[in-house]
Write a protein that binds this ligand. Structure first.
Ligand code: DO4
Ligand code: MG
Length: 295
């Protein structure tokens, strides 16, 4: 499911099929599609199949469309240290300038029953596919974190999968874990999209290939891949901790953590282009910009 802005500046919901055909859907947004399906006792996929049977695909391709976020997620939450690679990277950050400790907070959380879950973004801070993600002016060590995102409803049902970019400052977090919110949340520090893959169409959500590429002046300066089979925790486990005594809204996105970390000497730069690809969901593309500091 994608959403784009038409020439009248209106938001349009559409479906992109595996044959790369795009059909406009009658619902105004993703949550309306899900609610209409529920009210009719059908699944979103059944409603979409009816549209495909009774209409013609658009002449335009995905590249021609001005993409919006596939869902206007009121909140984006994120899980951390859910892959061994992330634990190793966090330990490296935290060990800079300090004695190596035997067991760090990151080792503990990787093995603990309770996962790390943190508040990542609001709708206003989350940018659309092909949008600009910003650098923090007080960090010299910044990376994208390519993550599978769970699109959930208010009772925690996983209704779809998307791609998320959890922009992160390794130096700020490494200096002190209490700085986590500053290492993770600032203007344009998150992006989701380009599509939502309906959960009912995914045979095995623990077998998504994730690839991240970073380009500088059109030269590829980083590429890394992982698969969600490497995830330490289950999606239902992450969702259940997010929901504990919490109020969550329809269309919330929960990022499931990163397994791809660029080499330790790498940091993002102004005008870098980031691509995060998950097969069957698409390529989330963002350009990196230095923001003019307000302070
Ligand atoms: O511990 C900090 C956050 C880790 C994270 O964002 C991740 O593992 O993806
Ligand atoms: Mg992350």
């Amino acid at each position: 499911i994608i959403r784009y802005k038409n020439e009248l500046n209106e938001s349009v919901l559409a479906v992109l099929t595996v044959e790369n055909k795009i059909y406009v859907l009658p619902q105004s947004d993703f949550l309306s599609l899900v609610r209409e399906a529920e009210n009719k006792g059908k699944t979103p996929l059944l409603l979409i199949e009816e549209v495909i049977e009774n209409s013609l695909p658009m002449k335009l391709t995905l590249n021609d469309l001005d993409l919006l976020k596939p869902v206007d997620a009121p909140e984006v939450w994120a899980a951390g240290v859910t892959y061994e690679n992330s634990k190793l990277a966090r330990n490296y950050e935290a060990s800079q300038g300090y004695e190596e400790k035997e067991e760090t907070f990151y080792d503990k959380v990787y093995n603990a029953a309770r996962p790390e879950i943190f508040f990542k973004s609001t709708s206003a801070r989350t940018v659309a596919p092909r949008g600009e993600v910003y650098l923090r002016s007080d960090s010299n060590w910044q990376i994208p974190e390519p993550e599978l995102g769970l699109v959930i409803n208010k009772v925690g049902k996983i209704i779809g999968y998307t791609i998320g970019n959890d922009m992160s400052c390794r130096d700020i977090e490494g200096e002190n874990p209490l700085y986590l919110p500053q290492a993770k949340v600032w203007k344009n520090s998150c992006s989701i999209g380009p599509s939502i893959r309906l959960a009912e169409t995914v045979e095995d959500p623990y077998n998504f290939d994730i690839t991240c590429r970073i380009f500088r002046k059109e030269e590829k300066v980083f590429e890394g891949s992982a698969n969600t089979e490497q995830l330490k925790r289950s999606y239902t486990e992450l969702v259940s901790y997010l929901l504990k005594d919490n109020e969550i809204f329809d269309g919330t996105v929960l990022l499931t953590g990163t397994c791809i970390v660029p080499p330790n000497e790498f940091t993002l730069d102004h005008n870098d282009r980031i691509e995060i690809e998950i097969e069957g969901i698409g390529i989330l593309e963002n350009t990196v910009k230095k923001q003019i500091s307000q302070t």
